[in-house]
Design a binder for this molecule. Structure first.
Ligand code: DAH
Length: 329
């Protein structure tokens, strides 16, 4: 076995192997030089030397590749051993993870309503037209459907545009009286500074015997809830329209950034809109076959509430999974 082959076999790591390659086949390597010298030879001699050199080169390449693979396998084994993590070891790290503002806000909302004995309900994210629209008094071609830029699938299935369909599902599967909230993701074709295609809402529904769940109950509950969430703020109910409630209202709180004197966050109005609500429309009760009942409902966007309570002004920072953002809370 000649020297070159021995040197390859003796290499103990990739660096040494690479040295061997440079020594023989690098730009100034001894074999390279012999290749370069071919031009000065002629005839049979040139043919003979070229043949030998090519053979040498082929041998080298084969051995080099084998040795390289062998060394790489060894390196991998060593790395795996060195980086092995014993997951059963006890950690005394004191670094605690932090809650995401959306989850934190959602949990605070749940906590309030659980204390009032509201049930926690869930519904599917992929909904059908009946639950998301029709049963909520939004028949086909109703203009209010346009407000909800819907993601559609085939066969009039869709990604729910709000958590309100869970009202319908709950009423269809339970008997009154009902007191429920439903937090969860919702979807709309919308993307800008203040909208993301996926966002979260909390729906609330109370159904009781006739006249027992009225606007006064709704007003009291929501006022108390908003004071719990925001502290000492003023609350105002503004007349509005939702197809599934009549009468309907949007609820504003006095701006908790400027105290109501007007700033950029409240567009200099002193008020921040935080939720929608109303007395359940009789068409909704009809669509689930309820008679002789009364009810109220409300819906709110968790992102908006989280932005206001945590002082976040860019909605997208909630979804960028940057730990530095989370660590601020
Ligand atoms: N579903 C409405 C939306 O997404 C929010 C809403 C308003 C829900 C009023 C309600 C309600 O239950 O009564 O904009």
């Amino acid at each position: 076995m000649d020297m070159m082959q021995q040197r390859i076999l003796d290499s103990k790591n990739m660096a040494e192997l690479e040295m061997v390659r440079i020594e023989f086949f690098g730009k100034k390597g001894s074999v390279t030089q012999k290749f370069n010298a071919l031009k000065d030879l002629e005839g049979e001699e040139k043919k003979q030397v070229a043949k030998e050199l090519n053979l040498l080169k082929a041998t080298f390449e084969k051995m080099f590749a084998q040795k390289k693979e062998e060394l790489e396998n060894i390196a991998l084994k060593e790395a795996l051993l060195a980086e092995k993590i014993d997951v059963s070891l006890f950690s005394n790290s004191t670094k605690r993870s932090v809650g995401h503002p959306i989850n934190y806000t959602k949990d605070r909302i749940i906590e309030y309503f659980r204390n009032l004995d509201f049930d926690l309900c869930v519904g599917p994210l992929v909904e059908d037209d009946f639950h998301n629209f029709q049963a909520l008094n939004l028949p086909e071609y109703h203009p209010a459907r346009d407000m909800q830029d819907t993601f559609y699938f085939k066969d009039s299935m869709l990604l729910r545009t709000h958590t309100s369909p869970v009202q319908i599902r709950t009423m269809l599967s339970q008997k009154p009286p009902i007191k429920m909230i439903c937090p969860g993701p919702t979807f709309r074709r919308d993307y800008d500074l203040t909208h993301t295609p996926m966002f979260h809402q909390v729906e609330g529904l109370v159904v009781d015997h006739k006249d027992k769940a009225n606007f006064a109950n709704l007003k009291y509950t929501l006022e108390d809830f908003l004071k719990y969430l925001f502290g000492d703020v003023k609350v105002r109910f503004r007349s509005s329209f939702f197809p599934f409630t009549e009468p309907s209202a949007e609820v504003d709180i006095s701006c908790n950034f400027c105290g109501g004197s007007g700033c950029r966050v409240c567009s200099h109005t002193g008020w921040l809109e935080v939720l929608g609500c109303g007395v359940v429309d009789s068409h909704v009760f009809e669509s689930v076959g309820y008679e002789g009942v009364s009810g109220y409902a409300f819906g709110m966007g968790i992102e908006r509430l989280a932005m206001l309570t945590c002082g976040v002004n860019d909605l997208r920072s909630f979804f960028e999974t940057d730990l530095r953002v989370l660590e601020q809370f």
